[in-house]
Design a protein around this ligand. Structure first.
Ligand code: SF4
Length: 107
């Protein structure tokens, strides 16, 4: 798998024997953490847009959320009816009880 934690994109080789996960090809320890999470509980930052009365604004989650909740997160954002939203504004706090907020990323 390719590590997506930074632009270097290290190509990781991951093997699992019993409960032990071994990772090679990583240039730093974040690659190991990424590979372990990918095998056990993959997460992603959701990046999308929100409609407001003044136009569309880009937004994203403040941290990665469980991959299986990504679609539900987008649905929550689509439900919003905002007059406007400014850069940095939290438009959903603790989305789907993930601990992540949805934040506007551009005016
Ligand atoms: S292993 Fe480290 S250096 Fe390589 S892509 Fe992942 S975060 Fe970046």
């Amino acid at each position: 798998m390719i590590c997506i934690m930074c632009p270097m994109g290290c190509e990781l080789t991951v093997s699992k024997v019993g409960d032990k996960i071994s990772v090679t090809g990583n240039s730093c320890n974040r690659g190991v953490t990424f590979a372990q999470e990918e095998l056990t509980a993959p997460k992603r930052i959701v990046t999308t847009s929100v409609k407001t009365a003044k136009g569309v604004r880009s937004c994203k989650t403040s941290k990665p959320i469980p991959k299986e909740l990504m679609f539900a997160c987008v649905q929550e954002i689509e439900k919003l009816r905002l007059k406007d939203a400014k850069f940095g504004q939290v438009i959903i706090k603790n989305v789907l009880n993930t601990g992540a907020d949805v934040i506007v990323t551009a005016n």
